[in-house]
Design a protein around this ligand. Structure first.
Ligand SMILES: [Zn+2]
Length: 137
């Protein structure tokens, strides 16, 4: 095997052969499971995850405020319900926290975990909002 170094702009991406794949940015042939290019600054995560689809991980992060992850994914109504639900849960947890010198705060973690799991598993509705769903809520 010989490595070629040229200053010319990248040639059109070479056809994928077997366990190789061309770099999406420069066309340099990389191992198929490469997660970065050694010829340019392409990184796998950057070009694959952020495209048009809401990220489950981001939805989970937003769910630190229950409901925000759902809203992020386009489930406005579900998000609002989770937020409203957090209020009585929050009050209960605060009371429990006062009664138990702080330990009750841990209960809220369960609500957060539930909201995060739900936000993680829920279908992503961000992509095609259907016209006829607009005014029903
Ligand atoms: Zn490259």
């Amino acid at each position: 095997m010989k490595l070629e170094y040229t200053d010319a702009p990248a040639a059109p991406p070479e056809p994928t052969t077997g366990d190789k794949m061309p770099c999406p940015y420069c066309g340099h042939l990389l191992p198929k499971d490469a997660d970065r290019c050694d010829q340019c600054d392409w990184v796998r995560g950057a070009s694959q995850i952020a495209e048009a689809k809401a990220s489950d991980a981001v939805a989970v992060m937003f769910s630190l405020v229950p409901g925000l992850g759902h809203i992020y994914k386009g489930h406005i109504l579900a998000g609002i319900l989770w937020m409203i639900g957090a209020i009585p849960v929050g009050i209960f947890v605060l009371l429990a926290a006062f009664a138990s010198a702080g330990w009750g705060l841990g209960l809220f973690v369960f609500y957060l975990a539930a909201a995060m799991l739900h936000a993680y598993g829920i279908d992503d509705r961000v992509v095609p909002p259907k016209e006829d769903e607009g005014e029903e809520y």
